[in-house]
Write a protein that binds this ligand. Structure first.
Ligand code: BG6
Ligand code: MG
Length: 221
């Protein structure tokens, strides 16, 4: 296995937008009188908008018709857009830009693999779009993580095999998607929550291209 490309999740890996998703979902859950904690939110990371809403409705034992669900998702997204509209380069998580720049400098392809339909907007706002060779997001997929579709589409767009690609993920669903797709998975965050990853780091600041090559050669960290 050779390091040919990297695919990055966005929310919680490149920018700290995961917290804004949580705030907006919590506000919606409160309006529906459904208790929703930060602990509950872990299960939502990586899921699509509709899968997230369904998860919250299940928590509250609530069943709603499609029209109402669309209204609720639009409301959540409007609150979320308000929260992220001010995002700028300063909001990029530590080490993310530097790692992507060193990959580009070494001729290793870089792609985005996000469940979010707002991914392109955020990448543009923080000024990272020019560094990416491909962006696959919630608008391009039919199955959200833990299904590997988003990463498989990213690898196909870059013309590489999953075994030659490192995926960076902060969500258990995303790590599962990467492993199911045959990728090398680096979890970013909590070791307990990301135990299926090949390697777990606290921040991207800790990662270098040389280290990634060593991981892939040995199959482990
Ligand atoms: C993922 C987030 O990246 O995108 C989820 O981890 C979010 O929390 C999902 O629900 C969909 O995002 P959006 O922006 O399309 O509502
Ligand atoms: Mg994420």
């Amino acid at each position: 296995m050779a390091l040919k490309a990297c695919l990055f999740d966005m929310d919680g890996v490149i920018v700290d937008s995961a917290v804004h998703h949580f705030v907006a979902w919590k506000r919606l859950a409160e309006e529906l009188s459904i208790p929703f904690t930060e602990e509950d939110n872990h299960a939502l990371k990586g899921l699509s908008r509709v899968d997230s809403l369904d998860h919250i409705l299940r928590l509250g034992h609530l069943q709603l018709d499609e029209k109402t669900k669309v209204k609720l998702m639009d409301q959540k997204n409007a609150w979320y857009l308000d929260l992220i509209q001010g995002m700028r380069a300063e909001d990029i998580l530590p080490g993310a830009k530097e790692l992507i720049e060193s990959l580009v400098a070494e001729g290793i392809q870089v792609g985005l693999g996000s469940s979010s339909r707002n991914a392109q907007l955020i990448l543009d706002n923080v000024g990272l779009t020019p560094l990416f060779d491909t962006v696959v997001d919630g608008n391009h997929i039919t199955l959200s993580k833990p299904d590997p579709e988003v990463f498989l589409k990213g690898a196909a767009a870059l013309g590489v095999e999953p075994a030659d690609v490192v995926v960076f993920e902060d969500a258990a669903s995303g790590v599962k998607a990467a492993k199911t797709g045959g990728f090398f998975a680096v979890g970013v965050g909590d070791k307990g929550q990301l135990s299926e990853a090949d390697v777990v780091v606290d921040h991207l600041e800790e990662v270098t291209v040389d280290q990634m090559r060593t991981w892939m050669e040995h199959g482990l960290g």
